[in-house]
Every structure is written in C-alpha cells, then in structure tokens.
Design a protein around this ligand. Structure first.
Ligand code: C5P
Length: 218
C-alpha cells in the first residue's frame, strides 16, 4: 500500500507522515530531504544553482542513508549525520531552487520509486501523488494558510533556540509556495484523485485521525 501526502511547506506533512507511518507500520519517504541534501551539497561545495550539470551529477551520486530510530529518521550524507543541518532555513530556500531544476528532479526520481519496495509506504512531498507514485492507493493534499504555517514554523524554531522574524517567515513561505507552484517540472498541485485537507484550524491529532478514517485498514 502506498499513501502519498503532498502539500506546501509547513503544512505539517512531515509530522503527519511520520505519525501515520508509525501508526500503520509503514516505511517513510521524506522526499524533501533529498532536495535538501542536494541543496546542502551545493552550499557546502559552492555549486551555483545555475550550474545544472554539476547539481544533476551531485543528485545522481548522492550517498544518503535514512536510519529509522526512536527520535525519527536520521539522515546521513556520506556517513555523516546531517539531520539538523538540512533543516536550516537557508538550506530549505536553496532546496526550493534546486528542486525547480527538471534534471535534478529526474535524477532523484528512481531513488524515490525504489521506496515502493516496502510493503507499506508513506511518501511525503510535493509531487508524490502526481509524478512519483501516480498509482498510489491513497493520496492526500495537506494545506494550511501561509500565516498558520509560518506560525507553526515560528514555534518550532523558537523551541530550537533559533532567533526568528515572523514577517520574514511568512515571506519565505510565500516565496517557496510561488516557486513550487510555478515551476514547469512537477509543480506543486493536488492530484486529481487526492483528498484535500485544510489544517489551518486543525490540530495534529485531528489531521491524523482524518487521514486514518479514510484508510481501509484494520
Ligand atoms: O518538504 P521540505 O520543505 O523538506 O522540502 C524542501 C524543498 O524541496 C521544498 O521547498 C520543495 O521546493 C522541494 N520539494 C519538491 N518536491 C518534493 C519534495 C520537496 O520540490 N517531492
């Protein structure tokens, strides 16, 4: 069984996907982490986003491991734990630029589809239901207003002791939405057969229950 959860940045896909995967005993594909890894490599090695050939080569040879553990999934790049580094704001912004490059998306496609070998899979991203797993058993599209998403991010960053500016967060979220929705390669949009969930006024438990209620499982 494949369940896809797509939607814009900060809609809570990561949290819901992780909880859902734990609840139903499924593997988790955090596709955003792959784009973030390419972004991290490009920032660390000083590869410009205009250098499509080099970025594509890096995406193709990405040496990544996802290790499931008690604290969620640990992300290793060339054996080094980069779980925190890839969540930084700067990396997220770079990821949304890298993700607009069709060749980079193509280079990461098979790597994502390989996750379908799992008995059950929850796939979290922007194009899971449209491009990567168009035949998924269940597709959800999770949204929330830009303000609500920025507010959640604000709390998350404060919790980590990082300094944050709410206006800058809203601006970043809108920029990222714009880039994700307007790119020509796999733009962010709900699959025709996706179930829409607007979580602006919903808590995590409510969203999780909404999703679980729609699954035909014991
Ligand atoms: O979901 P997350 O914020 O970690 O993703 C980082 C960036 O990667 C997003 O801003 C988006 O531009 C891109 N992305 C994508 N397609 C996916 C997953 C993420 O374009 N399936």
């Amino acid at each position: 069984m494949i369940i896809t959860i797509d939607g814009p940045s900060g809609a809570g896909k990561g949290t819901i996907s992780q909880l859902l995967a734990e609840r139903i005993g499924a593997e988790l594909l955090d596709s955003g982490a792959l784009y973030r890894l390419v972004a991290l490599v490009s920032l660390r090695r000083g590869i410009a986003v205009s250098d499509i050939a080099e970025l594509t080569a890096q995406a193709r040879k990405l040496d990544v491991q996802f290790l499931a553990g008690g604290q969620g999934v640990q992300v290793l790049l060339e054996g080094q734990d980069v779980s925190r580094a890839i969540r930084e704001e700067q990396v997220g912004m770079q990821a949304s630029q890298v993700a607009a490059i069709a060749q980079v998306r193509e280079a990461l496609l098979q790597r994502q589809r390989d996750f379908a070998m799992a008995k059950n899979l929850v796939a979290d991203g922007r194009d899971m239901g449209t491009t990567v797993f168009p035949d998924a058993d269940y597709k959800f599209f999770l949204t929330a207003s830009a303000e609500a998403r920025a507010g959640r991010r604000y709390q998350q960053l404060l919790g980590r002791g990082e300094s944050v500016d709410m206006d800058a967060l809203i601006r970043d979220i809108r920029d990222r939405d714009e880039r994700d929705q307007s790119r020509s390669s796999s733009p962010l949009r709900p699959a025709n057969d996706a179930i829409l969930v607007d979580s602006t006024d919903m808590g995590i438990d409510q969203v999780l229950q909404f999703v679980l209620d729609r699954l035909d499982i014991d």
